[in-house]
Design a binder for this molecule. Structure first.
Ligand code: CA
Ligand code: CA
Ligand code: CA
Ligand code: CA
Length: 502
């Protein structure tokens, strides 16, 4: 299912498309990120063949109708692992396949429907992994984390050697909507072992012989260079397999890095199949003593993790540490406790306030605002987005951001601070008029469990704001406190002004 990122920026969709195998060879664009840092052409997409079908021949459907008659997928020249072709030829069709895996492997299970997937006529897949008999669900995913396209992606740590069954569904059928199917709904499905030696962006921790349990022995992450050569991407596969396990990683930022993001992936059999994901995930300075950002993975689960991730400012050519812990108070580990993160740096960010991190009082009133934010018009011309970022420099800081809106338009607002890993408490947003009057209902406060997300989309905290009078408006941001441990004071907002579709 398509989803939208509203805070803006950072997501480097092309980087994620390059992981592991040849199933994604075309350059793609992460939708909805909007801002200046969002679209980068990647030179690191895989060079392996992207298709297992021969040109010109009629599409074939190799899938079974149940795990009992599912065919074993087969190796394909030029691709890792095993693959098969399928078609969701009619509404309600589901296809089944099998693959073999060995305990201790990290595997990817993916679909590839070709194209950019943003055409409504193209297939949106969901994959579910079962045991061989189809009796026990092991893992499931609709799309990738973070969202790249409607193709599906699962990373799984194999705990039990054996044969596994995959079911491929069409999204609307799977979700209880109006099922779709068409002879053109062809796809490839694959399962392959991750090759940590071949792909520099892939990292796995040292368990079952842990050597990365302290800041001083942090494991150095290897990363792929993406974008224009000034961004890096690292994927982390970790086990939390003893009660005292804690994993430390070190990432060195490239030149021009100014921001970064660590994306989470879901646990449980309704996610990537981890018995339990981690607890606190913490970004620290190179000494491991200053906490820059922290999120408790356990606060969210499933598809909600698409919008819940560590997102923070960075300095170029600098070492950072990432610490991954088991959930607070956790007892003995589960049968297969693991996590998969995608970490990326960015060389561009939302438009920043002139006030900066160390000062306040510069833009604390309507009269002293930095001035109008530069808008970015969507490709369909219906939405202008204003991506802004700054700091709650002190408790009591106020930041005014100016943007225009016309009568009849709607304003969707998405802001993240605490829920992006900062230590800002009581982060509060309002929209005010040019007379500095609160627009009705345009007020909200972030807490550990609640976003500031005023939109019509899934997971919104409030509806968008209706504009009845043309003029300049102000998003006004403030706070009520700062965490005693987490030093990050940053925030980001995306302000989206749209003409509602009739
Ligand atoms: Ca999907
Ligand atoms: Ca570990
Ligand atoms: Ca500020
Ligand atoms: Ca201010």
């Amino acid at each position: 299912m398509k989803s939208t990122y509203f805070l803006g920026l950072l997501a480097v969709g092309t980087a994620f498309a390059s992981v592991g195998n040849g199933c994604k060879s075309e350059t793609e664009e992460t939708p909805g990120t909007g801002g200046s840092g969002a679209t980068t052409s990647s030179s690191t997409t895989s060079s392996t063949t992207s298709s297992t079908s021969t040109g010109g021949s009629a599409p074939i459907d190799e899938g079974g109708v149940a795990c009992a008659d599912a065919p074993l997928m087969e190796p394909v020249s030029g691709l890792l692992g095993t693959w098969a072709d399928g078609i969701i030829g009619v509404p309600g069709d589901t296809d089944f396949f099998k693959f073999e895996a060995t305990a201790g492997q990290w595997i990817a299970v993916v679909t590839d429907t070709g194209g950019d997937n943003e055409d409504a006529n193209e297939l949106d897949t969901v994959i579910t992994v079962f045991d061989e008999a189809g009796a026990v669900q092991v893992a499931q995913a609709d799309d990738a984390y973070p969202y790249i396209s409607t193709d599906s992606e699962i990373y799984y740590h194999v705990a039990t050697t054996g044969t596994y069954c995959i079911r491929v569904d069409e999204y609307s059928n799977w979700s209880g909507g109006t099922a779709l199917g068409d002879p053109t709904y062809t796809y490839q499905v694959g399962a392959y072992e991750l090759d940590f030696a071949q792909f520099e962006q892939l990292n796995k921790d040292s368990d079952p012989t842990p050597t990365n349990d302290t800041a001083g022995t942090a494991q150095t992450l290897t990363a792929a260079v993406v974008g224009q050569g000034t961004q890096v991407y690292a994927q982390i596969h970790g086990l939390l397999d003893t009660q005292s396990d804690v994993d430390w990683y070190k990432l060195t930022t490239p030149a021009a890095a100014i921001a970064g993001q660590v994306y989470f992936t879901p646990d449980s059999a309704d996610g990537y199949g981890s018995t339990s994901g981690p607890g606190n995930v913490t970004l620290l300075d190179a000494a491991g003593t200053t906490v820059l950002a922290r999120l408790d993975y356990q606060v969210e689960s499933g598809v909600a993790l698409q919008n819940y991730n560590l997102s923070f400012p960075l300095t170029e050519n600098t070492d950072y540490l990432l610490r991954v812990e088991r959930p607070a108070g956790a007892g003995a580990p589960g049968a297969n406790d693991f996590y998969v993160f995608k970490a990326v740096t960015a060389d561009q960010d939302n438009e920043q306030e002139t006030e900066g991190a160390a000062v306040d009082g510069v833009n604390d009133t309507l009269a002293t605002t930095d001035g109008p934010v530069a808008g970015q018009v969507s490709t369909d011309g219906l939405t202008t987005s204003y991506f802004v970022g700054g700091h709650m420099a002190n408790v009591g800081d106020v930041d005014y951001w100016e943007f225009p809106a016309n009568a009849g338009e709607e304003v969707a607002l998405a802001c993240g601070s605490l829920r992006s890993g900062s230590g800002v408490q009581g982060f509060h947003a309002e929209i005010r008029t040019a007379a500095d009057v609160l627009v009705p209902n345009a007020t909200g406060t972030e807490d550990a469990n609640t976003d500031i997300l005023w939109s019509t989309g899934t997971g919104a905290s409030a509806p968008p704001i209706a504009i009845t009078t043309a003029g300049n408006y102000y998003v006004v941001l403030s706070n009520s406190g700062q965490d005693a441990t987490v030093t990050g004071t940053y925030y980001r907002c995306g302000i989206h002004v749209s003409t509602p579709t009739p």
